[in-house]
Design a protein around this ligand. Structure first.
Ligand code: ABU
Length: 373
């Protein structure tokens, strides 16, 4: 058993797949509030997702795990906590936790290291505990594994812009996008904050999206932590940026799939172009915001939240036919995986997983510099 992964497409041998058990619609906190009156959770209420939704999501997660095992991939699963318990530090109390479906948000493997992200929701402060039994076993099995945890954040009110949500939601989209580009969003710079799912791994280059859960201090911490990498902060034309993995999706050396509704920074596009990368606009998703499952806080662009088995084989949500056709035309073997019932638990196929071992080494796919890149 070894830990190793440098990018999103090398041959996959070992992975963690999340679980839906006990997932909670979080109680309000500075970073997040939920308001789903039509689905039984009006603003100010919280509680476990309905049992029938949990059962359907777990069935899809179990089937996905089994299909990976059939392809020879070792699959591990986390240990859910009682997420309905309140959490507290000496500085705050939060009435509920969240869940352990989206593993990708919490952990990232870079080379022989697994890094626990800071996270930026109080309800997710203890989520790392769900993965600790696995991390302990990897640490003991692989003498070369580096096990790291980013500084645990305080998440006091000083980490959040007071009154952010009502003010931000009242802005027109062009002003929101301006704030996204300047990264004047929810998080202050009081402390480093990042979710692991805001990082896309391209060998020596790590692209880190500044978002509602990742601040500039978080990127600075990552840059200091990975001194042999080039760590690039990036933004896209997305009014509610939350994780890079339904926006900028590397599929193989020289090919990245891009959510066409969320334009990339021209300097970043040029960096890819001069290094001979093709940026392919993703096909329109089959779902719309109106047809997303209940209690879903992600977007229809989970259609491109794919998992690569290797640089020729990719798992795609089974009803996303336009995306599958596009990937087929690009030369991939496409493995359809039913997964929309999992979305309310925190995402798609990429969100639900963390690769522990992919064959391969650290390569430099961007030998030419451009601008700030
Ligand atoms: N990791 C979830 C991404 C969701 C979205 O961009 O719509």
């Amino acid at each position: 058993m070894k830990v190793n992964a440098w990018n999103e497409w090398d041959p996959l041998r070992h992975i963690i797949v999340g679980r839906a058990d006990g997932t909670v619609v979080q109680a309000a906190e500075p970073a997040v509030y939920r308001d789903w009156p039509q689905d039984g959770f009006p603003q100010g209420t919280w509680g476990p997702l309905p049992d029938d939704m949990v059962a359907r999501a777990n069935e899809q997660l179990d089937n996905f795990a089994e299909s990976l095992r059939r392809r020879g991939v070792t699959v591990d699963r986390p240990q859910p906590l009682d997420f309905s318990q309140p959490v507290a530090t000496p500085e705050w109390t939060q009435d509920s936790q969240f869940g352990c479906m989206p593993v990708r948000d919490v952990l990232i493997t870079v080379g022989n290291e697994i890094l626990e992200a800071t996270m930026s929701y109080r309800s997710r402060w203890f989520e790392y505990l769900c993965y600790r039994p696995l991390l302990e076993s990897y640490f003991h099995a692989d003498q070369d594994m580096r096990w790291e945890a980013a500084p645990k954040p305080r998440l006091t009110d000083a980490s959040f812009r007071a009154g952010f949500w009502p003010e931000y939601e009242s802005l027109p989209d062009d002003e929101k996008l301006d704030r996204v580009r300047r990264n004047e969003l929810l998080l202050t710079e009081a402390e480093p904050l990042f979710d692991a799912a805001d990082v896309a791994r391209f060998g020596k280059d790590l692209f880190v999206q500044l978002s509602l859960v990742t601040n500039q201090s978080g990127v600075r911490w990552l840059r200091q932590h990975f001194p042999s990498h080039r760590v690039h902060p990036v933004t896209f034309g997305n009014t509610h940026p939350l994780h890079i993995d339904a926006t900028w999706v590397p599929l193989r050396p020289g090919l990245v799939l891009h959510c066409s509704e969320r334009p990339a920074d021209p300097e970043m596009l040029q960096y890819f172009k001069i290094n001979d990368w093709e940026v392919v606009p993703a096909a329109p998703p089959q779902k719309t915001y109106e047809t997303l499952p209940p209690l879903c806080f992600c977007s229809p662009w989970l259609s491109i939240n794919v998992l690569s088995i290797d640089e020729r084989t990719v798992c795609v949500e089974a009803s996303e036919t336009r995306q599958m056709e596009l990937l087929d035309r690009l030369g991939f073997e496409v493995l359809p995986v039913p997964f929309w019932d999992v979305a309310p638990f925190g995402g798609g196929l990429n969100c639900a997983t963390v690769d522990v071992y992919r064959e391969g080494t650290c390569e430099d796919y961007f030998p030419k510099r451009h601008g700030r890149f």
